[in-house]
Design a binder for this molecule. Structure first.
Ligand SMILES: [Mg+2]
Ligand SMILES: [Zn+2]
Length: 224
């Protein structure tokens, strides 16, 4: 009998992880509609659910600003160093790679277009510009055990990859990753997520670029 190493699968956040900064916060800060700061503080402080807070933030912006909002989001974002190398590493080493983003389709898909990630490996929220104000849509809501009202529910997706068959690796930076980090076998963290992991006593690898992530994956490869 040979025992096979579990299939590795990565769940990678988008805002503040694949991109250097949080695009939702950047958009709202830039257009600066009255009342946004209290909402952001309530999301970060976990007094509002992510779905509720993000929905409220975009409701502050009129749909007539679509072009400006989309253009700003896309031109403002910077992809974190090493991302293309991580994707290549995953291909070469048979690691499944999913983008699990609390971000919005109108910036997530255009910013990822150059990387040729299959569309069914990208999970994010949707948007609807047909009303007066921008509405966010939620095609991937919490199912089953998750009662967190995530919006795009990372744990719902992670649970589709059972622990018995997969080594589940989460890469993230902030509040949309807190629940997933509790479930994952390996966590790569920066920013608020490192703080949360410390609070919860979860072990994590801190990263600044995706080269840091690759270095740890290589070490794991060498020891299994
Ligand atoms: Mg993030
Ligand atoms: Zn959820």
């Amino acid at each position: 009998m040979t025992s096979r190493a579990p299939q590795r699968v990565i769940f990678c956040d988008f805002d503040g992880t694949i991109t250097e900064n949080d695009n939702i916060v950047a958009i709202i800060k830039h257009f600066n509609p009255p009342g946004w700061e209290a909402i952001v503080n309530d999301i970060v402080g976990q007094r509002k659910t992510i779905r509720q807070g993000v929905g409220e933030l975009f409701q502050l912006l009129p749909s007539s600003m679509k072009r400006e909002v989309v253009d700003y989001a896309i031109s403002n974002a910077t992809i974190r160093a090493g991302f293309a190398d991580l994707l290549q590493y995953c291909k070469d080493h048979d690691i499944e790679f999913y983008v699990t983003s609390g971000g919005i389709d109108f910036f997530v898909y255009p910013l990822l277009a150059q990387f040729n990630i299959p569309e069914n490996h990208i999970y994010c929220n949707g948007s609807d510009f047909s009303g007066e104000q921008i509405a966010i849509t939620w095609p991937h809501p919490c199912e089953g055990e998750c009662k967190t009202d995530c919006g795009m529910c990372k744990t719902t997706i992670i649970r589709r990859f059972p622990k018995s068959q997969y080594e589940r690796i989460l890469i993230g930076d902030s509040v949309t990753d807190f629940e997933g980090a509790k479930l994952a076998d390996v966590v790569f963290a920066r920013s608020h997520l490192t703080q949360k992991c410390k609070e919860l006593g979860l072990s994590y690898h801190e990263f600044k670029t995706f080269h840091d992530v690759i270095d740890v994956l290589k070490l794991q490869e060498a020891t299994t």
